[in-house]
Design a binder for this molecule. Structure first.
Ligand SMILES: [Zn+2]
Length: 214
């Protein structure tokens, strides 16, 4: 029997996972930060902006609601026990369901690919994935990221409908539609935790990049 140092083995596995995460930042979210919430930070990330939250108690309201007013997220609750965090996350999930499918369709047309089905999931460990049957999955949490990064994640998945791998041809296709994709991958690596924790993002792409059109 070889003499296996269990500590070494565990740290090797950790290193392997860390390497995988940095190799594929568009796949791995940060499970560690998933417990963090709007409730703790008092802020909510939405399309790259860290929004202040305002909680208004209105017992007469038929149900608790969320609205975006002057750059702040106003949570009107009809009872003091309302779970603020799930209310805010529910709002983000709704925004994602409205925004992402339309964006994916737009990019699919530009790239000239057809997808089967798109599902916006509540997944804590992955940002996006696609299957060989051309089904696309996105975590609603990507709605917290700046638009240019959301575009990159969509392009990343749609390019897999042409090349179902991460080979040279695949990245060449991605580069056509997302010329700064290397920067976006760095951004994903640097902000995995911040996105999950509704914390300050480390780098907001400059406006010039946001308006850049493929
Ligand atoms: Zn991929």
């Amino acid at each position: 029997m070889p003499d296996i140092d269990i500590e070494t083995t565990i740290s090797d596995v950790k290193l392997f996972i860390e390497k995988l995460k940095s190799d594929l930042p568009e796949v791995f979210a940060s499970r560690e930060a998933a417990a963090s919430s709007a409730e703790q930070s008092g802020k909510v990330l939405y399309m790259g902006d860290l929004l202040e939250t305002k909680i208004v108690l209105n017992p007469a309201a038929p149900k608790s609601t969320v609205t975006l007013e002057d750059g702040a997220l106003v949570l009107t609750v009809n009872n003091a026990q309302e779970n603020i965090s799930s209310l805010a996350e529910g709002w983000l999930h709704e925004q994602a369901k409205q925004f992402l499918p339309a964006k994916v369709k737009e990019w699919a047309q530009k790239i000239g690919v057809e997808f089967n089905n798109i599902v916006i999931k509540d997944q804590k460990t992955m940002w996006a994935s696609c299957s060989q049957k051309h089904n696309l999955n996105f975590s609603y949490r990507i709605i917290k990221m700046p638009k240019i990064i959301i575009d990159y994640l969509i392009i990343h998945e749609l390019a897999h409908l042409i090349h179902f791998n991460h080979g040279t041809d695949y990245w060449a296709t991605v580069a056509v539609y997302s010329p700064d994709y290397k920067e976006h991958r760095k951004w994903l690596n640097n902000n995995r935790y911040a996105v999950m924790a509704d914390a300050d993002l480390k780098y907001i792409p400059p406006a010039a990049e946001i308006s850049a059109d493929a």
